[in-house]
Design a protein around this ligand. Structure first.
Ligand SMILES: [Cu+2]
Length: 125
């Protein structure tokens, strides 16, 4: 009986709050680093250029959380307007850019608000 009691006491000593705190402190930076890495990976940016009344690439598949940046290289203004109003840029002058972060999955058809025949598509998975 005496032996059993000392075993229980020993087992209890293994799980003191102090020890738990030490384990948490040791794991904290590791978990934090993993989370930071995930956030950086999710923020990977992709670029769609506008040249000669054309979005390039016309269709782009990205992961949820990706930021797409549209850059107007034409010498006349263009804009970027989602068909379903998820996003809408102002008119972009030469070398102006517009960015939008896709927080949810879906297919986003968009066009230029000034020249509606200019179309593009972003597929978010
Ligand atoms: Cu345009």
């Amino acid at each position: 009986m005496q032996t059993l009691m000392s075993l229980v006491r020993l087992a209890a000593a293994q799980f003191t709050p102090g020890r738990t705190a030490v384990v948490a402190m040791l794991l904290g930076p590791v978990v934090g680093a993993l989370l930071a890495f995930g956030a950086v990976a999710a923020q990977e940016a992709s670029v769609v250029t506008i040249d000669n009344f054309t979005f390039t690439p016309p269709e782009l598949s990205v992961a949820v959380g990706t930021t797409i940046k549209w850059v107007n290289h034409d010498d006349i203004p263009h804009s970027v307007v989602d068909k379903n109003k998820a996003f809408r840029s102002k008119a972009l002058d030469t070398d102006d850019a517009y960015s939008f972060t896709f927080a949810s999955a879906g297919t986003f058809d968009y066009f230029c608000g000034l020249h509606p025949h200019m179309v593009g598509k972003i597929i978010v998975k």
